[in-house]
Design a protein around this ligand. Structure first.
Ligand code: HEC
Ligand code: HEC
Ligand code: HEC
Ligand code: HEC
Ligand code: HEC
Ligand code: HEC
Ligand code: HEC
Ligand code: HEC
Ligand code: HEC
Length: 395
């Protein structure tokens, strides 16, 4: 009955703990790996549900851990002391190193970088990493997103056991409003249903390299971000969504200007509409849904954010993402066809006209030349017949 080793009374506890260390360190089976303590030794005390400690901040930290969590995690093979590397050979422990629980979490999550150096390195330059470095301890540490004892597979592109949907819960712990919006969006609903084509938070904010989304550079890159899927013909064909949304955007007055900006001044802030100005970034709805910001009834309000004087005629002037066709813009298409026929017609007519004219002139000229030559020959004939002596003439 291991857990009975730890009594409820703190005084007795302290006494027995000291004894316990002496007793438990004795059996050689428990003293695994040199002076690295085996997990069992730690668990002798740390499976007691009553074991707690009071931190300098007066917060109460429960000290029982469920070994099943660790055994079921990606870290099943790890020793407690791989992460709790300040615990030496067991008890007594060194003094608690932090003023409060949060500071301790920030401190202890440094240890993850011992084995995951790439992620730790990348993170230093991310939004959360910079905030932590500046003392904003409420920003996300490794363990806020991954957990401590129950770390699960996270790389779903490589590991079928990982779930892309799990991360939105992790982000949602702190970014509650955005995550609630995202869950209701066309992307979020599909993600929760298990569709891996739609974006997760980290598709747009790469988890360990999260940039500030309010910079000019991020804004300029947003159309490419959406375009990475919405210009993918194979993927969009599966949903019957036009990939013209990207090329028509680039071709319209907003997109062209954004492109020019991007090429000439990547740090400059563009006030031209990018995808999320019209669609929103997290609460994106199907274009025909009643809640959509681009649905006909809501479109004017969306445009008016930047074109305050816009009226219904104004929204109608923009043809959305469709290149004109008979179904969506019959009048524009008719005009389009009119010009498509008229221009070749007019040009063709002139080509034929000029061709005929040149031909006529050429024929006329060659006829004239032939007639002239004929006339000359006849003249010459006539002249030579006069010069020749006449047979039996007057002579
Ligand atoms: C004899 C019982 C006992 C054993 C064995 C023991 N602990 Fe503890 N542990 C405690 C008690 C009691 C505390 C409360 C703080 C203190 O007394 O230092 C604690 C606190 C902790 C804490 C939280 C506070 C801190 O200082 O970080 C961690 C983490 C911890 N132990 C991990 C371990 C690990 C890992 C092992 C195995 C190497 C281990 N413990 C072995 C009794 C024990
Ligand atoms: C992958 C690294 C890792 C391993 C392995 C690990 N821990 Fe922890 N442990 C942590 C982190 C990180 C925390 C801080 C969690 C928090 O407070 O949010 C923690 C917290 C604790 C605490 C404080 C109570 C709590 O849950 O916050 C105890 C006790 C503890 N660990 C014991 C153990 C024991 C015993 C083992 C081995 C059976 C072990 N840990 C293995 C990373 C680890
Ligand atoms: C002693 C080394 C070590 C420490 C410390 C450690 N890990 Fe790991 N971690 C591993 C190993 C080994 C794997 C399995 C990797 C593999 O097989 O690709 C792993 C896997 C992972 C995975 C899953 C990777 C994937 O491909 O999906 C995550 C996430 C992770 N660790 C996060 C953490 C976090 C968070 C901490 C700190 C609380 C931590 N690790 C501490 C060694 C460690
Ligand atoms: C803001 C949340 C967040 C933080 C903070 C975070 N991660 Fe991750 N991590 C993720 C997500 C989400 C994934 C899944 C892969 C993806 O979508 O990019 C991931 C993937 C991983 C993987 C699997 C391999 C990979 O790169 O895809 C490891 C290992 C890992 N993280 C370790 C860490 C370590 C170590 C830290 C701290 C230095 C950390 N993570 C901090 C969210 C986070
Ligand atoms: C432990 C809480 C926590 C978790 C978990 C967390 N974040 Fe954050 N995040 C913050 C804090 C705090 C800020 C700074 C907010 C501020 O400056 O007002 C921040 C900032 C950001 C920013 C920069 C924009 C801004 O408002 O400053 C982005 C983008 C972001 N987080 C995305 C994510 C994503 C994506 C995830 C999940 C993979 C995630 N965060 C998980 C706490 C968290
Ligand atoms: C399809 C791409 C995309 C996805 C998916 C996405 N975001 Fe964003 N996110 C953006 C864009 C674009 C902005 C900039 C919005 C703006 O400037 O108005 C942004 C801004 C943010 C900000 C800071 C600005 C703010 O409004 O406070 C945070 C924090 C954030 N996102 C977190 C998240 C979280 C958490 C998730 C997952 C639940 C997520 N994002 C999913 C594209 C995305
Ligand atoms: C990782 C790929 C990916 C990214 C990145 C992405 N989307 Fe999507 N999006 C999809 C998929 C797949 C669907 C189809 C979902 C369905 O119909 O079930 C979709 C659907 C949509 C729809 C609904 C279309 C309809 O049926 O009316 C809109 C609008 C949309 N996305 C806009 C955006 C915007 C704006 C961005 C950038 C902020 C973006 N998407 C980024 C994959 C993506
Ligand atoms: C984020 C702000 C923003 C939003 C939202 C926005 N626009 Fe614009 N739009 C601009 C800016 C800035 C210009 C000026 C472009 C230039 O001068 O190169 C512009 C130019 C135009 C023009 C060219 C004629 C003109 O007035 O200069 C039209 C037409 C237009 N937008 C239509 C729309 C429609 C329709 C909507 C709604 C569906 C919309 N815009 C939403 C910022 C926006
Ligand atoms: C000026 C506002 C505006 C901008 C900027 C904008 N859209 Fe749209 N979007 C609309 C409107 C209005 C509709 C609905 C009418 C239509 O389909 O033309 C729509 C429809 C869509 C659809 C649904 C199309 C379908 O086949 O059902 C998708 C997907 C989409 N947009 C993605 C994007 C992407 C990706 C970008 C950036 C590259 C973007 N939008 C930029 C206003 C905009």
């Amino acid at each position: 009955m291991r857990h009975r080793l730890i009594p409820r009374s703190p005084l007795l506890l302290a006494l027995l703990l000291a004894l316990a260390v002496g007793v438990i360190s004795a059996p050689p089976a428990l003293a695994q790996q040199g002076d690295m303590p085996g997990n069992d030794r730690c668990l002798l005390c740390h499976t007691d549900p009553e074991l707690t400690m009071v931190l300098p901040s007066r917060e109460v930290l429960p000290l029982n851990m469920n070994p099943v969590d660790l055994a079921a995690s990606v870290h099943a093979e790890l020793l407690c002391s791989d992460c709790h590397n300040d615990k030496g050979s067991g008890y007594p422990h060194p003094p608690f190193p932090a003023a409060n629980h949060r500071d301790w979490q920030v401190m202890i999550s440094q240890v993850c970088g011992n084995c995951h150096a790439d992620q730790a390195l990348h993170r230093q330059d991310s939004m959360h990493g910079r905030l932590l470095a500046a003392g904003r301890s409420e920003a996300a540490t490794c363990i806020d997103c991954h957990g401590a004892h129950d770390v699960a597979w996270a790389n779903w592109q490589e590991n079928p056991a990982a779930s892309p949907a799990a991360q939105i819960d992790a982000c949602g712990e702190c970014h509650n409003v955005i995550t609630t919006d995202f869950r209701a969006s066309v992307h979020g609903v599909q993600l929760i249903a298990g569709n891996e084509d739609v974006p997760t938070c980290s598709s747009c904010h790469p988890a360990h390299q999260i940039e500030d989304p309010r910079t000019a550079a991020f804004r300029l890159s947003a159309p490419e971000l959406c375009g990475s899927c919405h210009a993918d013909t194979e993927m969009m064909a599966r949903y019957g969504i036009s990939t013209h949304v990207f090329d028509t955007y680039v071709a319209d007055f907003h997109g062209t200007t954004v492109k020019i900006f991007e090429a000439t001044d990547p740090e400059g802030f563009t006030n031209k509409a990018v995808c999320h100005d019209c669609h929103s970034a997290h609460r994106i709805m199907r274009a025909d849904s009643a809640n959509s910001t681009v649905m006909q009834a809501n479109l004017l309000a969306t445009c008016q954010r930047c074109h305050p004087d816009a009226d219904a005629a104004f929204t109608a002037s923009w043809m959305g993402h469709y290149p004109p066709d008979w179904e969506h813009y019959p009048i524009v298409t008719a005009v389009d066809w009119f010009y498509k026929l008229l221009i070749p017609g007019v040009l063709g007519f002139f080509v034929v006209y000029i061709g005929l004219d040149i031909g006529r002139t050429w024929i006329d000229r060659s006829r004239q030349r032939r007639e002239w030559r004929q006339a000359r020959r006849q003249q010459r004939l006539a002249a030579s017949s006069q010069d020749e002596p006449q047979e039996g003439g007057e002579a």
